[in-house]
Design a protein around this ligand. Structure first.
Ligand code: GLU
Length: 495
């Protein structure tokens, strides 16, 4: 076997040293689930907190799982979320390329290096094609594990297809350390001789991951706890190569309930789904950050964090090993707070498309409608159903005019509207103040509670029991003519 040490020396020489380096290493499956987003966020936060480097690496060696356009979803999500990378496929970097299929020449060299060290072997068995079968692999029965180096080489030279498997020691134990889970020790005999390199020359996920994390100088590996069981095998690989083991941070899954992980199959939302459901990126990120991480010290009680504040506060020790349950109510709470904290202008801009999806009439001022909504919605997608009455007066029941607290019933409402219509007709200035003062003065003149007058005016103007904003704001937005038309219709209904 021709092992050229210069190649390995050159690869080593390229590895940046001395700084924290983290990577987000998604497989392009076309879907950024909440757990992935959290991993991306935590890896980014660690890099930013320690003034390190954040790398994006695309793990696309599993060709069967490729989804058209999937990397676009990754780039779009990262950009929208502000999780900027310092090295990656689109911008390059000192250890390029950053797409695993473009590194395909690298892995066989390292697999062969392991074979030469005795830490891996060629396996010519038919059944070895797929990685999945390695779960049942019975080492004792595999003739290839104990094949002589000469025979193995000769069969390879003769063109016989083979996979390369990791040679796991039969005896002893392997211990690895995880920041959240502590020391975990497993008996080597429980580990399988996993496939490192497939017949097509492409690496398995587990192998490419280790080789790339080393060659990219990754100091902190953050990933889902589903990879915990593979970690001992990674350590054995690092040891066989003589490489330094990175700091592992395995994160427990994000759950949909006590017993089930969130999953696409069960219709759980991805980042893009949440966006489409009307959640703000900042609110999603803030909530997702707290799904499995808690601030400490003086920030222990703090709930709301900007991305920059998260980067400052984030510490690896705050990552929890207990699974977090994704609670949509809690996300609603975060979202509502973020909506409220926006400037009125920013909120109006965000709300406008939702308002305009139902309110087409250009005479209705979308910014004025937005002002009514800002304190009254948890999600932008709630907007259309709250404001469609501005476009067209809905059908409504005469019962709506009856309200105990406001002391109204159909008769009272009729007399209120009979008084309100001429007063409103007489206003020469259709401003919020003029409408407000006119109605308040009228209630005083009629010797009724303000609510007794406001209630029927609002019902007749909106045709809805529940509205964002009160009678004054609604009439103002509708304009004088439309308000009077609606109030007259209400009066007709009551007569
Ligand atoms: N490509 C793996 C995934 O998408 C990444 C796991 C890791 O970060 O090590 O799940």
């Amino acid at each position: 076997m021709n092992i050229d040490p210069r190649y390995f020396e050159e690869m080593e020489a390229r590895i940046p040293k001395g700084k924290v380096r983290t990577r987000f290493a998604p497989s392009p499956t076309g879907y950024m689930h909440v757990g992935n987003l959290r991993t991306a966020l935590y890896t980014w936060l660690i890099a930013r907190h320690y003034d390190g480097t954040f790398i994006l690496r695309i793990e696309d060696t599993d060709q069967a799982r490729q989804v058209e356009g999937a990397t676009d979803v990754i780039y779009r999500t990262m950009t929208e979320c502000g999780l900027t990378h310092d090295e990656g496929p689109d911008i390059g970097g000192p250890v390029a390329p950053y797409i695993q299929t473009e590194r395909r020449d690298t892995y066989p060299r390292y697999a062969k290096l392991l074979v030469s060290k005795g830490a891996a072997y060629r396996c010519f068995c038919e059944k070895c094609e797929s990685e999945e079968d390695s779960g049942d692999f019975d080492r004792g029965d595999d003739p290839c594990r104990d094949m002589s180096a000469e025979e193995s080489q000769a069969r390879a030279d003769a063109g016989e297809p083979y996979v390369i498997r990791q040679r796991i020691p039969h005896e002893g134990t392997t211990t690895f350390h995880d920041v959240s889970f502590g020391d975990i020790t497993v008996e080597n005999k429980t580990l399988d001789d996993q496939v490192l390199l497939k017949r097509d020359g492409l690496p398995t996920y587990n192998f490419a991951n280790v080789v790339d994390d080393h060659l990219m100088g990754i100091t902190h590996v953050v990933r889902g706890s589903e990879y915990l069981s593979s970690a001992p095998k990674y350590n054995l690989l690092y040891e066989a190569f003589g490489w330094e083991i990175p700091t592992y941070v395995h994160c427990s899954p994000v759950m949909r309930d006590q017993h089930n992980k969130m999953s696409k199959r069960h219709g759980d939302p991805s980042y893009e789904d949440l966006k489409a459901q009307g959640y703000l990126t900042d609110a999603i990120l803030n909530y997702v950050a707290l799904l499995g991480w808690a601030p400490k010290g003086e920030k222990a009680e703090q709930e709301f964090f900007t991305l920059a504040q998260l980067a400052e506060a984030f510490d690896i020790a705050g990552i929890s090993k207990s699974p977090a349950i994704f609670d949509i109510e809690k996300l609603n709470y975060f979202n509502a707070n973020y909506l409220r904290a926006m400037t009125p202008e920013a909120f109006a801009k965000a709300a406008e498309p939702y308002i305009r999806s139902v309110v087409k009439n250009p005479a209705i001022d979308a910014a004025a409608v937005a002002a009514l909504l800002q304190a009254r919605c948890e999600k932008l997608t709630e907007i259309p159903e709250k404001v469609d009455f501005f476009e067209a007066l809905p059908e409504y029941e005469t019962d709506f005019f009856t309200n105990k607290k406001s002391k109204t019933n159909p008769e009272v409402s009729q007399s209120m509207l009979e008084a309100a219509i001429p007063m409103l007709e007489g206003l020469s200035d259709w401003t919020v103040d003029a409408i407000h003062d006119g109605l308040i003065d009228l209630a005083a003149k009629l010797e009724v509670k303000n609510a007794t007058l406001m209630w029927p005016v609002r019902i007749a103007a909106a045709g809805r029991l529940v509205t964002p904003g009160g009678a004054v704001e609604i009439c103002h937005i509708l304009g004088q003519e439309e308000t009077l038309r609606r109030l007259r219709l209400g009066l007709d209904k009551l007569k």
